[in-house]
Write a protein that binds this ligand. Structure first.
Ligand code: AP5
Length: 219
C-alpha cells in the first residue's frame, strides 16, 4: 500500500522512531529533514555549514533552504513519510504547491501527542546511529547489544542538540512556529491525533489501525 504521510509533533515525540518502522513496512521512502541536515553537517557541505549554527541554537533553518532541499529529495517519489517537515506555515504552503504539481495528495498528517515532561526524558536519554539514523533510548527503547545499532552494528552517539538548554529552546520554537500547523492541517481534514505517549509497539499499532480505517473509509 503506497502512502504519503506527514509526521507532525514536538521534538522527542517519536516521529523518527515510527517513521523508520513504518517506511519499511509500507515500502516507502522516509524523508527526515533533520537527518538530511545532520548528514550535510557531517559531510561539511555548504548547506551543512549554513544549517549548523541554527541547529546548534535549537532554531529553525530558513524556509527557502529547507523547501529547496525537500523538493529535490522528493523528485520522482510516489510514496513517502515526511518527518520534521513542514515546520512553518510557509513550508506547509510550499509543500501543498509541490504536491499539487506532482498530483500526489497526502494520505494523512499524523499528530504525535506526548506530555511535555516525557519529551525531555526521551531526548536526554536518546542515542542514535550516525550511519542509518536509527533512534534508541537507554531505558524505553534500548538496542539489543549495548551501544550498538540493531540494524548495522555501528556505535551509537548522542545528538549535540539534545542538551537540556537546546531542548528547551526547541520546544519553544515548536510552540511558536510549528504548532500552528495543527490548525492548518485540521482545516484541510487531514489530521489524525496519535497517543504517542504509549510504548513504541502500541504507537505503531495505533498508527496502522488509524491509517487502515482511513483508507477503508476512502478518505
Ligand atoms: P529534527 O531532527 O527533525 O528534530 P525534532 O523534530 O526536534 O525531532 P526529534 O528528532 O528530536 O524527535 P522525534 O520525534 O523524531 O523523536 P525520536 O523518534 O528520535 O530537527 C533537528 C533540527 O534540524 C531542528 O531543531 C532545526 O534546526 C533543523 N530542522 C529540521 N527540519 C527542519 C525544517 N523542516 N525546517 C527548519 N529547520 C529544520 O524519539 C526520541 C527518543 O524517545 C528516542 O530516544 C526514542 O528511542 C524514544 N522513543 C520514541 N518513541 C518512544 C515511545 N513510544 N516511548 C518511549 N520512548 C520513545
Amino acid at each position: 500500500m503506497s502512502v504519503r504521510l506527514v509526521f507532525l509533533g514536538p521534538p522527542g515525540a517519536g516521529k523518527g522512531t515510527q517513521a523508520q518502522l513504518l517506511a519499511s513496512q509500507y515500502g516507502v521512502e522516509q524523508l527526515a529533514t533533520g537527518d538530511i541536515l545532520r548528514r550535510n553537517v557531517r559531510e561539511g557541505t555548504e548547506l551543512g555549514r549554513e544549517a549548523k549554527r541554527y541547529m546548534d541554537a535549537g532554531d529553525l533553518v530558513p524556509d527557502a533552504v529547507i523547501i529547496g532541499m525537500v523538493e529535490s529529495e522528493l523528485a520522482g517519489s510516489t510514496g513517502f513519510i515526511v518527518d520534521g517537515f513542514p515546520r512553518t506555515i510557509a513550508q506547509a504552503q510550499a509543500f501543498d504547491a509541490l504536491l499539487a504539481r506532482l498530483e500526489a495528495p497526502l494520505t494523512a498528517v499524523l499528530l504525535f501527542e506526548v506530555p511535555r515532561e516525557q519529551l525531555i526524558e526521551r531526548l536526554t536519554g536518546r542515542w542514535i546511529c550516525p550511519k542509518d539514523q536509527s533512534s534508541y533510548h537507554l531505558t524505553f527503547n534500548p538496542p539489543r547489544n549495548a551501544g550498538k545499532c540493531d540494524v548495522c552494528g555501528t556505535g551509537l552517539v548522542q545528538r549535540s542538540d539534545d542538551t537540556l538548554e537546546t531542548v528547551t529552546r526547541r520546544m519553544a520554537v515548536y510552540d511558536e512556529q510549528t504548532a500552528p500547523l495543527i490548525a492548518y492541517y485540521r482545516k484541510q481534514g487531514n489530521l489524525i491525533s496519535i497517543h504517542a505517549e504509549r510504548p513504541v509497539v502500541d504507537v505503531t499499532a495505533e498508527i496502522l489501525t488509524a491509517l487502515s480505517e482511513r483508507q477503508g473509509a476512502g478518505a
